[in-house]
Ligand binder design. Sequence first.
Ligand code: ADP
Ligand code: MG
Length: 345
Amino acid sequence: MRRLALPALALALLLTGCGSGAATVQNSLFAMDTVMSFTLNGEGDPQALQDTLGELGEIIHGLEDRMSATDEDSEIYALNHAQGQPVSLSPETAELLEQALELCRVTGGALDITAYPAVEAWGFPTGEYRVPGPEELDQLVGQIDYTRLEVDEADGTAVLPAGMEADLGAVAKGYAGDLLAEQLAEQGIDSALLNLGESTILAVGEKPEGTPWRIAVQDPAGEGYLGVLELRDRALGTSGGYQRYFESGGQTYWHIMDPATAAPARSGLAGVTVVSSSGLLCDGLSTALFVMGLEEGVQFWRDHQSLEFEVLFVTDEGELYLTPGLEDSFSLTEEYRDRGVTVLS
Ligand code: ADP
Ligand code: MG
């Protein structure tokens, strides 16, 4: 199985405070196709914090082994190649499939975890990029339909019709972040920053000095940071066309598919950031809102207040739209201070 070790990044820092017993430990690892980094703060024995860091890494690699769409030993791979036969799943995979299906339903299929045949046809898993023709796209649209994926969480099984393929890429990092945060809570660690590859971040508690975690929001159109979100006990998920893409014939094609066309979603949005208490919700909704676009996405937010999430939309033109719950926590960086920000209602 494929596991890239990044020796240069696998540094573990130990910064022990002066006599107070306060310690900070950090670690980076490569998993789920991205570089993740975890910072934990705590009192007492720094070795215990180090051990916890090790456990977080094991949880992540364990999830990746089960849920990767490309790893031939994974449960998702088995599901995708079972030719319509039921496959057995671990409780975590069954739980995530079920919860992801719920998000597919809630978002009316903007999130569709069976979009993988399209993701593959465009070459994203292998990097052998290509632009499928109209007939191929038509056929791919017919292969995407989350309602045909059946998950029996109690039995720990799932079944998918032959020719269809599922992929948890849009939700796995958020779910993983939630499991890591649970693990920290069990161990009484109440200050941590879990960065699962920039697009999914969990701000656990606050900084040791009692201030919120400060999380930079990338400018989808450039290298810089649009602004900063100050968060306490919140998860954040970002989806954007700038995160993984290729260019062909003067066009840019990215890794987020519109299930209705089997082609990269062009909704007029360049990026969407969702903030809530659930990593899974943030991850799933950021992908779905990116597919929906601004108008539909704002309506979705208005219609689903009970989900308790906030959104920062960035359009292709670089305009920013913010739900009111983020007004106090978001600030533009200096270079972007003239940028128009609309607070939604
Ligand atoms: P990232 O993985 O960069 O954080 P997302 O969370 O938005 O970004 O997930 C994108 C991944 O989800 C793609 O790489 C692909 O595997 C899968 N995917 C693409 N489009 C959809 C979609 N409409 N619904 C569900 N999964 C999708
Ligand atoms: Mg996502």
